[in-house]
Design a protein around this ligand. Structure first.
Ligand code: 3HC
Length: 691
């Protein structure tokens, strides 16, 4: 994991811990030993720390958090580097994150290549730097800049790091040589800077700049416990001696590592990466090259998907049946880009470059040179099958044929072609150019290389692709349907839309189900219910009254002209009351906790069925879908992770009661849920993978 060699008086200590040189116990031990050996070797005058692979060091090994600590600790290692009797120089050839940058800050100088990046991303895991970063970085670049960098968690490039003074030089070539020369210069000079010894003689202006930055940072993230801790520890650089500041940082770090919200975020970090490992799909499965794409349908969804391709640098044809529909679609795409330019998130040149990659075409013949075709036409089986039958005639052999259906049976769609092995579902979420989730729907005959191609394409488009099986609504919408039904049931039983929405936003969602329905338009669900022959008394009544949501300024709420703020509407509350009365329901109030139970437990139950049926391979995949497609709060880890924290026996028990109370069989605990609850086990215990 760590190897050392001597070259002209310099010990070159190389970290080699693929894939990203995380600071596992073995690396920490190896580094310490290598530095101690070099320190006592009379032939060595200076030390350079470098790494193999594309990262310098990606930080502490997150998978070790919460396990029994193995010596040396990271703070001890950094202290040993700093106190080394010979100068130590960090040679940064790639990204240095978190503990990786802290190791570099313990060194006496830092030299980087232009491609290097540095950052302290701990806040993203609801932590703070825990190996001296909060004390050393402010002493190096000033407390205000250091606080901004640590509170954003975003890495900065080598040029910016040089400007700020985090690195001492950026060299185009011969990094090791430059770092060695720097190390020998320091040895020759006989003294080298140790950040711990740097007096923090802050001027009133510096102090003022820090307090102003702290105020701004706190305003943006006041509800995050780690931000207050971060500000306090950085402020300590003005007020406390180095070692006391370090001790304060450590106390906060250990407390935050133990916080459930950080644990959930660490779970999410690994769950999102785990989705790439699809059971039964060899890692080295070749992917089909994709140089050109075609999207069928220039509606909101089709336009959004085309934008994803254009943004990723892939030329794309948007295909419509009429010139009018096409120009409407192209105008919508143009105006989405225009908004980015107006907001300053994209230059006009960049917009032109991307927009030029999108070509509007009439007629399905235009798919002929595409490597992938994504159908985003009207959500009706007849329409889809007719399109796929025609695609079969026009596409070239080996092209991937994808459907963006949200509910329909991909097996049946595939059966309309002579090459069902090329057919896959690619379920984008609206707005497609923004939402990160991509459900990759594996149909019965989908070829493994088509799945591999879809995963690789998804990542190219900046998405988090998750493979799911065929069923009505796949994973996300199938579970959502349970929540929607539960929300409707709550209204009839006595809750009001604003009470349900308040409970859900308090839980951590940005929006409650009713505000969300108003935003999306109530007619979407209405159409689906009509096609399925199902009913939802309140939602149907609202639609029949012409209340279709924000677009008609009336839905579950009322909206003032040009304002999206939902207001309670007595008319809606009266209508709900009438529906309850017509069913002989005596309305009662619900606490926020009861509302959450009634909304979320049926979803978890559906998640258990999804696992049983093998529609999702693992609980983590379900969680990733809800985190990235439906706004589940990341610090709660996803519905299945959250269910474990509630306790499956409690959930199964409540579902039993609800099923009896409502007479709704779908609320009966799923066999898997029942079994785990009976055995006192969590979902996390499920190790078997399906597909
Ligand atoms: N610990 C453990 N494993 C890590 C890791 C880490 N810090 N960083 C990355 N990995 C693993 C990933 O799980 C993944 O494993 P897999 O291939 O088995 O799924 C593999 O490394 C590659 O990671 P990515 O898929 O994310 O690769 P990318 O090239 O897309 O990104 C990266 C590389 C930018 C380094 C990204 O992985 C990243 O942001 N890592 C996390 C960095 C981080 O948060 N560091 C701070 C840790 S906390 C800390 O240092 C505390 C300290 O202050 C005491």
């Amino acid at each position: 994991m760590v190897r050392a060699e001597k070259r002209a008086g310099v010990a070159l200590v190389t970290i080699d811990n693929p894939p990203v040189n995380a600071l596992s116990a073995g690396v920490r031990r190896g580094l310490l030993e290598a530095v101690q050996t070099a320190a006592s070797d009379a032939d060595v005058r200076a030390i350079v720390i470098l790494s193999s692979g594309k990262a310098f060091i990606a930080g502490a090994d997150i998978s070790e958090f919460g396990k029994s600590p193995q010596p040396p600790s990271l703070p001890d290692l950094v202290a040993a580097l700093e106190e080394c009797p010979k100068p130590v120089v960090a040679a940064l050839q790639g990204i240095a994150l978190g503990g990786g940058l802290e190791v570099a800050l313990g060194c006496h100088s830092r030299i980087a290549t232009p491609a290097a990046k540095v950052g302290l991303p701990e806040v993203k895991l609801r932590l703070i730097p825990g190996a001296g970063g909060t004390q050393r970085l402010p002493r190096l670049i000033g407390a205000a800049s250091a606080l901004r960098m640590m509170s954003s968690g975003e890495p900065i490039d080598a040029a910016t790091a040089l400007e700020l003074g985090i690195v001492d030089a950026v060299v185009e070539r011969d990094l090791v040589e430059a770092a060695s020369a720097r190390a020998l210069d320091l040895a020759q000079a006989g003294s080298w800077p140790r950040l711990r010894e740097r007096a923090n003689s802050a001027t009133p202006e510096e102090r003022e700049a820090f307090e102003a930055a702290a105020k701004e940072v706190f305003r943006r993230a006041a509800e995050m416990p780690n931000i207050a801790a971060l500000i306090e520890t950085v402020r300590a650089t003005f007020e406390l001696p180095f070692d006391e500041g370090l001790a304060l940082e450590r106390r906060h770090f250990l407390r935050l590592v133990d916080d459930d919200r950080s644990k959930a975020l660490r779970y999410v970090f690994f769950a999102e990466r785990e989705t790439a490992r699809v059971p039964g799909l060899p890692k080295d499965m070749p992917v089909r090259p994709i140089a050109r794409a075609a999207v069928i349908g220039a509606g909101t969804m089709g336009g959004g998907i085309a934008t994803c391709f254009a943004n990723a640098g892939i030329p794309v044809a948007v295909i419509e049946t009429s010139g009018e529909a096409l120009s409407r679609g192209m105008r919508r795409i143009d105006s989405t880009y225009e908004t980015s330019v107006r907001r300053g998130t994209m230059t006009a040149e960049e917009k032109d470059r991307r927009f030029r990659r999108i070509e509007g075409r009439i007629g399905l013949e235009a798919v002929a040179d595409a490597d992938i075709i994504v159908e985003a036409a009207y959500e009706e089986m007849g329409v889809k099958k007719a399109i796929f039958a025609e695609l079969d005639r026009h596409t070239r052999p080996g092209a991937t044929l994808a459907t963006n259906t949200s509910y329909l049976d991909v097996n049946e769609i595939a059966s309309a072609t002579s090459r069902p092995e090329d057919v896959v579902g690619l379920h984008f979420f609206s707005p497609a150019n923004v939402m990160r989730l991509l459900e990759v729907v594996r149909a019965e005959k989908t070829a493994p290389d088509v799945i591999a191609t879809s995963l690789s394409l998804g990542r190219r488009l900046g998405k988090i692709p998750v493979v799911v099986g065929v069923c009505f609504g796949f994973v996300g919408n199938r579970m959502l349907a349970r929540r929607t039904a539960a929300a409707e049931r709550l209204l009839i039983a006595g809750a009001l839309p604003h009470e349900v929405d308040a409970a859900v936003t308090q839980f951590g969602f940005r929006m409650g189900p009713f505000a969300m329905a108003d935003l999306a338009g109530l007619d979407i669900g209405w159409r689906t219910r009509q096609s399925l022959g199902t009913k939802a008394a309140v939602a149907d009544a609202l639609c029949e009254a012409g209340r279709l949501g924000q677009k008609t300024r009336r839905g579950y709420y009322a909206y003032a002209e040009g304002d999206r703020t939902p207001h309670r509407d007595p008319e809606v509350e009266r209508l709900i009351g009438e529906i309850s009365a017509s069913r002989g329901v005596e309305r009662r109030t619900f606490t926020p906790d009861e509302i959450i139970e009634r909304l979320m437990y049926p979803m978890v139950n559906e998640g258990a069925r999804i696992l049983e049926e093998g529609i999702a391979a693992r609980t983590g995949d379900i969680d990733v879908i809800w985190l990235n497609g439906y706004g589940w709060p990341a610090w709660r880890g996803g519905p299945m992770y959250w269910a474990d924290s509630v306790g499956l026996d409690r959930i199964a028990g409540r579902l039993d009661t609800l099923a009896t109370e409502t007479g709704d069989d779908s609320l009966e605990p799923a066999p898997l849920l029942k079994r785990l609850a009976g055995e006192g086990l969590p979902f996390a215990n499920l190790t078997q993978e399906r597909f």
